[in-house]
Design a binder for this molecule. Structure first.
Ligand SMILES: Cc1cc2nc3c(=O)[nH]c(=O)nc-3n(C[C@H](O)[C@H](O)[C@H](O)COP(=O)(O)OP(=O)(O)OC[C@H]3O[C@@H](n4cnc5c(N)ncnc54)[C@H](O)[C@@H]3O)c2cc1C
Length: 441
């Protein structure tokens, strides 16, 4: 019988999850000369961005100034290509600022290149399974790929996994969904290719309600498709359909996710058929780029040193340890029986920042977490979760890793001023730096 050997390796910083957050964390840490290993369960980088190809980077311009840092670097690199592979566009939905649309494949390729250039060791097809603790530190993380078990010893771990399995197993408390435990719906997206844009977008309603109502009333569309969100894709004649939501799915459960994906595929096919037959401009179009799996918006929200709240947002709080600015609306998607909301999170013309303390656990000394597992209440979470914000939260943790390891500090003791000054030097906008309030930065 084959006896499995456990491979062992070590690194300065282990980043778990290669979504937009893990991308930011890995590059920021590696650019400080640290040895960085990124483990990603799938074969692509991007996370939700890869699962819902073509999804715009929303919220990139709080009060119309780019977030800055890595998302700006990536966007500039894509926009400078010939032909350009990204551009800034107005969002058709209420209360959202401008967003960045891009060519999905070129963007993914470029993200891989940036990881390579930074010298990140990328392990695709690799699952992080269990942290092995040594007191209040994670000593190593047991992982697994197709060749069997792999143990990675790390000086510092950044959990960017979207679901926070490793943080939870390391003892970080968490809440699921809203106060009643309900989580936002999962979504499966696709493109329609060969659409006559002029005819399709002649009606200014971004939700195509007039048409959708007929489809729902006649039983040709699922009742949750009463509002179709269809937007111009990056390339002329393509339309991105971010409309098929499946409620009540626990994104931590692979069986539930597979079931929702198959149900979602059926609804996408129904919708594509409906668009062709009932909506002007779609008659000659076909479906393309169907998500390989549903995109999961929300599972665990970990408990950090600080829990960001809806009231912090409403007050436009600019924290001394704020690491990224945001003015996204409260974008709630069908938690339990709820509908969709895009209510403004704060007064027009204002923004808030996400504090570093929301990315730091109370007790584990060498763990940070970022992205959609940050410490936030349900209202704040519905606003903070845009990909530019996630990428910058990751960048903040990668940068904080450098500060912590250089000075031999627990992550809880990373000085806020040094972190925000370092991020500002990396081009992140609107942060408070020592002796300068956020507004003036
Ligand atoms: C359907 C949908 C529509 C959205 N629309 C928009 C939009 O239009 N604009 C916008 O800016 N934002 C949008 N968002 C929000 C945004 O996409 C997410 O909040 C963001 O992508 C989260 O990034 P993340 O890196 O934190 O997590 P994820 O993108 O979930 O990435 C986590 C990564 O970790 C990997 N992973 C998980 N567990 C492990 C493990 N144990 N070991 C190894 N790897 C692991 C996963 O495979 C994945 O690649 C949307 C989200 C969804 C779901």
């Amino acid at each position: 019988m084959h006896k499995e050997t456990i491979r062992e390796t070590q690194t300065d910083v282990l980043v778990i999850g290669g979504g937009t957050t893990g991308f930011g964390a890995a590059i920021a840490a590696a650019r400080q000369g640290l040895d960085v290993t990124l483990v990603e369960a799938t074969t692509k980088v991007g996370g939700v961005m890869a699962f819902c190809p073509g999804m715009p980077w929303g919220g990139g311009y709080p009060v119309d100034r780019i977030v800055g840092g890595l998302i700006e670097e990536l966007t500039t690199r894509l926009s400078a290509m010939d032909p350009p592979a990204a551009e800034k566009r107005a969002c058709a939905l209420e209360n959202f600022g401008p967003e960045i649309v891009y060519d999905h494949d070129v963007a993914t390729l470029t993200m891989f290149e940036m990881l390579e250039e930074a010298g990140v060791h990328l392990h695709l097809g690799t699952f992080a399974l269990t942290p092995q603790m040594s007191g209040t530190r994670i000593a190593r993380v047991a992982c697994c790929d197709r060749n069997g078990p792999l143990e990675i010893a790390a000086r510092l771990v950044i959990d960017c996994s979207g679901d926070g399995d490793i943080s939870a197993k390391a003892g970080v408390p968490y809440a699921l969904g809203d106060a009643s435990g309900a989580m936002m719906a999962v979504t499966i997206s696709f493109h329609m290719v060969g659409v006559d844009w002029q005819a399709a977008f002649a009606d200014p309603d971004p939700y195509f309600r007039r048409y959708a109502a007929r489809g729902v009333a006649e039983g040709r569309l699922h009742p949750d498709l009463a509002r179709l969100y269809l937007m111009r894709g990056f390339h002329e004649g393509t339309v991105f359909c971010n409309s098929v939501h499946v409620r009540g799915v626990d994104g931590r459960d692979p069986v539930a996710v597979s079931r929702a994906t198959q149900e979602g595929r059926r609804r996408c096919h129904q919708l594509a058929t409906f668009l062709r037959s009932d909506v002007p401009g779609f008659a000659g179009a076909h479906m393309s780029m169907l998500s390989p799996t549903v995109g999961v918006r929300e599972t665990r929200k970990l408990q950090g040193l600080y829990r960001l709240t809806g009231s912090d947002l409403a007050r436009g709080t600019k924290f001394a340890d704020g690491v990224v600015a945001c003015d996204n609306p409260v974008d709630d998607v069908m938690r339990s029986d709820g509908g969709m909301t895009h209510d403004a999170a704060l007064e027009k013309g204002d923004y808030y920042t996400i504090p570093f303390r929301s990315l730091v656990p109370q007790h584990v000394e060498n763990l940070m977490f970022a992205g959609r597992i940050l410490s936030a209440d349900a209202v704040a979470f519905a606003s903070v979760r845009g990909m530019p914000q996630c990428m910058t939260m990751g960048q903040a943790c990668g940068t904080a890793a450098g500060l912590a390891l250089d000075a031999g500090l627990a992550v809880q003791n990373v000085p806020a001023g040094a972190l925000t000054a370092a991020l500002t030097a990396q081009g992140v906008n609107r942060l408070a730096v020592p002796d300068r309030p956020a507004d003036a930065a």
